[in-house]
Design a protein around this ligand. Structure first.
Ligand SMILES: *Cc1c(COP(=O)(O)O)cnc(C)c1O
Length: 395
């Protein structure tokens, strides 16, 4: 599509060709395993396409709706090829398995999503791949961790629990000089706020489950690759039998249409709530990279086009029991994992239990807040009520 058009405009058209769809604006949802070929010659030609990109092929290799979403994601992130998988985590594991073999060493950000960490430290280690966690703020010192067998760097920026940013261009330049592949979990920012491939990242991974599907009704992962990494990741997905659900793909494609609009509203609400929270006597610190007091704020300004609505709150040193009572008393903030839907969420978090580089220290108990699309005054009123459940703030 015309690169000169704004993202919001392009998002209203990508992946849809109404005049090939009987004039319907949205593409149809294809369901199926068997796909019939016109003749034996066509079947055999498709069988010779190692990346199974040609259609029709077989249900598991992706429907036309799946290809439409993959093309839309490539367009948004400047990728060469994208691959849909059945969850965000499977997008991560499929991408990692595309590059590693026994005897390899990999560098994984200490701030990465906990299940990513577990896959690396346990499943990959059982396959003979050694994971070393690195300080998300390591910058150019990453080069000191490189070994002859270092295969890849896995980043997440910001970390979705502790919100540190990486100096992504620096890590990528050094990696490239050493032939090391770079992968990033870009779920927090989405392609609307961050385009990692433009900064030199090879593979950008999304839990489309979150903002992209956007309504807490879907599980889906998407891997966006540059030209050199695409064949390996597509092959990994084929070998692993990755196959995303037809409805989930459709929901993600539909979610893209309103993604910029939703994110701008999430951003506005979250930043205003952050300001409000910082004024509450029970709050020690609000941890969000778009706030000027965040240690990585300068990187955020340099690399990101906006900020999403998931952030951390560190309370004064209250007892966890009192904090739980406060969280339990909230009416509008649901207690639940995941995020990216229209509904606000809150969970207590415990990064000190697993962080190693560096160990996590905070003045008081930490919460993670996700700001949805409810009216902001109603959300503030809910939190005001909740904060009264805490004893008078300790000095
Ligand atoms: C939720 C999440 C995932 C995993 O996505 P699922 O679809 O739940 O498997 C991966 N990375 C981040 C940062 C997430 O928040």
């Amino acid at each position: 599509m015309n690169e000169k058009l704004c993202l919001a405009t392009r998002l209203t058209h990508v992946g849809s060709d109404p005049h090939k769809q009987f004039g319907y604006v949205n593409p149809p949802v294809y369901r199926g395993s068997t796909v019939l070929y016109e003749n034996v010659e066509t079947m055999e030609a498709l069988g010779r396409d190692p990346l199974r990109k040609m259609l029709p092929a077989y249900g598991r290799f992706g429907t036309p709706t799946c290809r439409a979403l993959e093309e839309a994601m490539c367009e948004m992130e400047g990728g060469h090829g994208a691959i849909c998988t059945n969850s965000g985590l499977s997008a991560i594991t499929t991408a990692l398995l595309a590059f590693v073999k026994a005897g390899d060493h990999i560098l994984v950000s200490d701030s990465a999503y906990f299940p990513t960490r577990m896959f690396c430290a346990q499943s990959l280690s059982a396959l003979g791949v050694e994971t070393e966690f690195f300080d998300p703020r390591i910058g150019s010192k990453i080069a000191l961790q490189f070994r002859p067998n270092t295969r890849l760097i896995f980043m997440e920026s910001p970390g979705s629990l502790t919100f540190e940013l990486h100096d992504t261009p620096t890590l990528c330049n050094l990696a490239r000089e050493h032939g090391i592949v770079t992968l990033i979990d870009n779920t927090w920012a989405t392609p609307v706020f961050f385009r990692p491939l433009d900064l030199g990242v090879d593979v950008s991974i999304h839990a489309a489950t979150k903002y992209i599907a956007g309504h807490a009704d879907s599980m889906l992962g998407i891997v966006v690759c540059n030209e050199s990494t695409y064949p390996a990741v597509r092959t990994s997905a084929i070998r692993l039998g990755q196959s995303a659900g037809a409805d989930d793909i459709y929901f993600a494609l539909r979610g893209l249409r309103t993604l910029t609009t939703r994110l701008r509203q999430h951003e506005r609400q979250a930043l205003e709530l952050c300001d409000w929270l910082m004024q509450q006597p029970q709050v020690e610190e609000v941890v969000h990279p778009a706030l000027p007091n965040h240690p990585d704020h300068a990187i955020w300004r340099r690399d990101f086009r906006g900020a999403s609505s998931l952030f951390g709150v560190i309370l004064k040193s209250f007892d966890r029991k009192d904090v739980n009572r406060m969280v339990n008393s909230l009416k509008l903030f649901g207690i639940g994992h995941s995020w990216g839907g229209y509904e606000s969420l809150i969970i207590p978090t415990h990064p000190e239990e697993f962080r190693q580089c560096p160990p996590w220290q905070s003045a008081g108990p930490m919460l993670r807040i996700y700001v949805g699309l409810e009216d902001l005054d109603d959300l503030k009123a809910d939190l005001t009520q909740g904060l009264t459940m805490l004893p008078s703030p300790p000095e």
